[in-house]
Design a protein around this ligand. Sequence first.
Ligand code: AKG
Ligand code: FE2
Length: 303
Amino acid sequence: MPLVQYSDAVQKVSKDTPVEEILYLLKRDGGVFVKTLVSEEDVDQAYQEAKPRLDADTEWNAQTQRAPSLIARSPTYTKTQVMNPLFRQVCDHVLTSRRWYWWGGEKKLSLSKPYVHSCTAMRIGPGGKAQPLHRDDYISHRDHAEIDHWDDARDMKRESAVGLFVAGCRITKENGGTQFIPRSHLWGSDRATPPKVEQCIFADMDKGDGFLMLASADHGGGSNTTTDEHRLLFATFIVRGYLRQEENQFLAGPTDIARSYDREIQEYMGYSMREPACGYVEQVDPIYHLRPELKEENRPRDF
Ligand SMILES: O=C(O)CCC(=O)C(=O)O
Ligand SMILES: [Fe+2]
């Protein structure tokens, strides 16, 4: 239970809010805004790094341009958004899997932490049309029972992924602010009626604000009805360690760029194993494939 009394509406909280409160709101509403999560300077720098790819993108949905493979393109984005400590804490809480299994007569615990799913910047120009409302966990073929509230004892395996949207500029309903249906993460997969725009709230964010969202919540990019504004958003998704990544991080950028990052980032990209036996190369952890200089630790193991 939260220490603070929150109204029923989707909340905008400060980044200093205790993570327990943020998790409470995320589980209650499916999404929560976090003010000033990333500094304006870091967001501007990340934009400069992503811009050549955005400019080069052929607009795939009328006026929307995307920059994928963002870890390869923007170290600033990677360090301040993918690796954002609050986002990581939230993802670790919602997406870490723990499972007992028998290994012969021995009872073992597997602890599988989440890793990077996809990293994209999106710019919607004047006249850009709204995206269809969707749940991003369709990617992992999730099947949900209808529930009326979140219950940790029942629902801690429910989510496959968590997203962080960071505003790259002032975002309003008019310039294409993300549409989001509060509490739609509680919905069953077999609902007969589709999600509707009338059920949505619209993101209203200042540059650097974040929106944390469970991947089962219905949402979509909004329409840009302005004549002169471009809406810039960075979108990062993190997925359970035993599910396939949406964006193949090993092929999304050259290995040399992966090598230029810290080990923590490399491991998060997927250059690491997830227990009990996911992701090895030549029977060893893929970090040794990326960094053969760590050889002394490099021993095949019995999974
Ligand atoms: O552009 C947005 O606001 C959200 C984009 C989105 O949901 C997606 O591409 O899956
Ligand atoms: Fe989405």
